[in-house]
Design a protein around this ligand. Structure first.
Ligand code: SF4
Ligand code: SF4
Length: 81
């Protein structure tokens, strides 16, 4: 899964673009639900939230949730079966 860091400026560009509804506005900044983030595996070649985010290095790999491509694919199948 990916992680939104404190660099987020709450521009709301990413939330509507997520194919898994994994992004929402948290207490202060936007946040990613790691249970729903497939890093866009199954939908896009690159994470679409990263593509649209205007602030560099705001969205990063979540160090708490490292996942193999196979695990991300299984999550995609589970979410969309
Ligand atoms: Fe959603 Fe893809 Fe970003 Fe994960 S990487 S939060 S699935 S847009
Ligand atoms: Fe925050 Fe980037 Fe999402 Fe904008 S696109 S809300 S700056 S994470």
């Amino acid at each position: 899964a990916l992680l939104i860091t404190q660099r987020c400026i709450n521009c709301d560009m990413c939330e509507p673009e997520c194919p898994n509804q994994a992004i929402s506005l948290g207490d202060a900044i936007y946040q990613i639900d790691s249970d729903r983030c497939t890093e866009c595996v199954g939908h896009y070649d690159v994470p679409t939230c990263l593509s649209v985010c205007p602030i560099d290095n705001t969205i990063i790999p979540d160090p708490q949730h490292p996942e193999s491509r196979e695990a991300l694919w299984e999550k995609f199948v589970e979410l969309h079966h």
